[in-house]
Design a protein around this ligand. Sequence first.
Ligand code: ADP
Length: 480
Amino acid sequence: MKIVHVASELFPYIKTGGLADAVGALSAAFADNGHEVSVFIPGYRAVLEHKDAAAAERRLRLKIEMGDQYLSGDVRVFSPRANLKVYLICREEFFDRRSPYGNGERDYEDNADRFIFFCKGVVEMLRIGDLQADIVHCHDWQAAVLPVLLRDAERRHRLTLALKTIFTIHNIAFQGLFPAKVFARTNLPDELYHIDGLEYYSQVNLLKGGILFSDRVTTVSPRYAREIQTPEFGCGLDGVVQTRVDDIVGLLNGVDSAVWNPAADALLPARYSAVNLSGKQVCRTELLKRAGFATDFKGPIFGMVCRLTEQKGVDFVLENRDFFLKENVRLVVLGSGDKRMEDELRELAAVVPHQVFLCAKLDEEMSHLIEAGSDFFVMPSVFEPCGLNQMYSQVYGTLPIVSRVGGLVDTVVDADERPAAGTGLMCDPSTVSLRDALQRALVLFADKPRYAAVQQRAMAKDFSWKIAAAAYEQMYQESL
Ligand code: ADP
């Protein structure tokens, strides 16, 4: 098949979260299976500075109609592996910036223009480059307007650009909601600014367009596919999702074993596997050292790696600060984002610097060290479309403590509720319930044989992308 992915992130070129991992692993899996894969991403500064992109060739000069203006840009392409091409939609004014979506305080004011331009650039490349895609697979709000733009271009030019379009929701909380005047920038027919189109309470909602105008909708776990049809998790789009109930499917993300495998992880000070865990001890000692803790500590280490946002349940952890103050445990947090959360974590670390450590930046190496060196991974999300870290931690023999939402339910089994199948601990997304799980973690950690049994089960789980890629492949084939 000729498969085109369109997304605003792609590991290892640009990443702010799980989207990059998912698109990177899926596209590589398809390429390795012999499909012809093209991935379109914006030509961000970080991407253009990556060594792989140094050899990118300019393929097309773009002149994109945006309302009553024409904006120029270009399309560059490079091929990082067999069967895989990465196309960059470039325009300095839009993408030559330090970060993809905002300046840290606020989203960029021209995000609507940036991503409408991006999608139009992709359509133009599909048309002029004659890519003859079987499947065009768009991800999240940044690529959500593409399915409707593509069908509109086909109508205008009387040709076929793609047999089927697929839209994947990685997180329904981010919708690309903009003032009504933005609609003019799409140059779509006026009738599409309508309740059955991109209009949403007198604004433009790009994600809504992706849900309505693609042939199939997927999301990143079976549980989340059901949750987003409810007001509690639908973020106002549950009614829209319900209109596609026959076309929506939840396919669990996988773990990229080329990146996340304790037996071959070059970012760790030592490697290990389920049969020989001695390398995990080396990682533990290194983690304690990096956090500035005494390295002879024998109690449980709790790790966290996440964007500091309400979604990730950081407040439940903060509201349990007395647990981390009083108990003989260690807490290592890697994450940045919300300033208040960052400040509160920093304050906590300042009170007990020998027990709590915050590393407030993006640090790929440290994220691997935390996964490997901790005993428990804390992830009490309020909602979680799929979540990757709870899978990474199981692969690394670090027991996840997660809330019972979304993909966390599909990937973790509570060891107290189901002693013969448990791979972690589960709680409700609340301070009290997390506290209960943290206490249970202490009990579990103290019972070495039981901890070891749960750890072995966690490490034996298969989260590989092969399963996910096969499910996507079947879905592509069914929809063609
Ligand atoms: P989300 O996509 O909602 O942020 P996921 O669990 O799906 O959450 O994926 C998060 C990804 O981002 C994981 O690969 C995680 O290791 C990584 N990550 C999050 N914060 C950091 C950080 N500060 N440094 C390095 N990696 C991080």
